[in-house]
Design a protein around this ligand. Structure first.
Ligand code: AMP
Ligand code: MG
Length: 415
């Protein structure tokens, strides 16, 4: 048996980032930046006015008051989008609108509210300090400055900044294509009649959705029967993917053929017993160089194994700097018994109460209880050597869904 961290280390050692693709910035939201973006000009390009008012020389307004205003000659009108043509000399001013370049000679802007037009002159009622309401050239972005670094996840502000820098297209990291294959004679697809006893292949969808959520593109390959021919054909169809994920058929049952097929087709396949619950059986290796995850079939096990091993792999392939879910410490709200030797990932509800985190399990924790995932926003992670965690203990919690920040504790979990 190997530990979760050993398995993860071995897996990530074989995963490499994909190449880049060029996208219009509107398609780049949420994508990982593939290049360093340096500014090629100052923003703003020139000193400009932060207010509608009058561009003045600060020294000309010295000791101006309501009763004794400074009187300046208005020599030009500068709406935004025009270039000043005159230099402001002693005793002069220019009417100026927000965003227009400051004329030479001026060093401050007096707001409309603190001035009054008087024929060709303007009365200034207060003293301006040097630089008042002047936006300095380059105060936002300096020519040559590194603004967005490779590896950043692009958010709306980044998209706006790219536009401000004149970049309509950028290089982002490619998204991997991830083949998702369910295996099992007992399975039918969601649009088939399950009769009285067949199981609908929920894994085909939960895993494909996890792929999307992790930043990959799912290639949904449906269900393969537990026969050599069917499995071979399905894995063959998966060969154009960047990662292959199967679920089921990796434990020790009579029809768990996936392991044999993987051995037959692949090389360096590892069949692990990972010291975790749920998700103990895990196959990892590659099929002709394509990383392959053989996840266990139980609906919760496959999702938990995906979270711990596949999601960080997809994020690494996608060029993310941060591979893992955030982890916090929380106060446990119940007693939990466990078996030693295994790391537990207990589906749980994390809440923030009075400035601290508290956490409670979602109840029944069987590896077939998909509802335990549906109700969870986190995993309580109990280490291998832990035997019992007690109410009031501080435990490690991995957050898988941030909506808990707004969520109240549901009624069924009130204690
Ligand atoms: P296996 O690992 O193939 O032995 O499957 C373990 C359990 O998970 C069985 O009870 C299966 O019915 C169930 N299972 C396997 N694959 C899926 C799937 N794609 N969707 C839902 N349940 C599954
Ligand atoms: Mg099976």
């Amino acid at each position: 048996m190997i530990s979760v961290s050993e398995a993860l280390k071995e897996i990530l050692g074989t995963i490499h980032p994909l190449g880049l693709e060029k996208l219009n910035i509107m398609d780049a939201l949420g994508r990982v930046m593939g290049e360093d973006i340096y500014a090629r000009r100052n923003i703003p390009p020139k000193n400009n006015s932060a207010m509608d008012g009058y561009a003045v020389r600060a020294e000309d307004t010295a000791s101006a008051t309501q009763e004794k205003p400074a009187i300046l000659e208005v020599i030009e009108d500068i709406p935004a989008g025009t270039i000043p043509t005159k230099k402001i000399g002693p005793g002069q001013a220019a009417r100026i609108m927000t965003g227009a370049p400051i004329p030479d000679g001026a060093n401050a802007v007096m707001r409309m509210e603190d001035a009054e037009k008087d024929g060709n002159n303007v009365k200034i009622f207060i003293e301006a300090s040097k630089g008042l309401d002047v936006r300095k050239a380059g105060e936002d972005v300096q020519d040559g400055e590194l603004i967005i670094a490779r590896g950043a996840v692009l958010r709306p502000a980044d998209i706006g900044m790219l536009a401000a820098l004149g970049r309509a297209f950028v290089q982002v990291c490619q998204k991997p294509l991830i083949a998702v294959l369910a295996t099992g004679d007992e399975l039918v697809n969601v649009d088939e009649d399950p009769g009285s006893w067949k199981i609908i292949s929920s894994n085909s969808y939960s895993i494909a959705a996890q792929v999307l959520d992790a930043g990959g593109i799912p290639l949904q390959l449906g269900i393969a029967k537990d026969t050599r021919e069917d499995l071979l054909a399905a894995f063959e169809a998966a060969m154009r993917a960047d990662i292959i994920i199967s679920s089921g058929g990796v434990s020790v049952g009579d029809y768990d053929l996936v392991k044999d097929i993987m051995k037959e087709m692949g090389n360096q396949m590892q069949f692990w017993q990972v010291a975790m619950r749920p998700g103990k059986p895990l196959a990892f290796g590659n099929l002709r160089g394509i990383p392959l995850f053989g996840l266990p079939g139980n609906p919760v096990s496959s999702m938990v194994s995906f979270e711990q091993f596949v999601r960080p792999s997809i994020r690494k392939m996608t060029g993310h700097k941060l591979l893992y879910r955030p982890v916090v410490k929380a106060i446990l709200r119940e007693d939990i018994k466990k078996q030693t030797g295994l790391k537990y990932f207990i589906r749980a509800v994390l809440c923030r109460e009075d400035g601290r985190y508290t956490v409670i399990s979602t109840g029944e924790q069987g590896s077939g209880i998909l509802k335990s995932m549906v109700r969870a926003n986190s995993f309580i992670c109990l280490p291998e050597d832990c035997e019992t965690a007690r109410k009031g203990d501080e435990v490690t919690v991995q957050i898988i869904d941030h909506s808990f920040e707004q969520r109240e504790t549901p009624e069924y979990l009130q204690i």
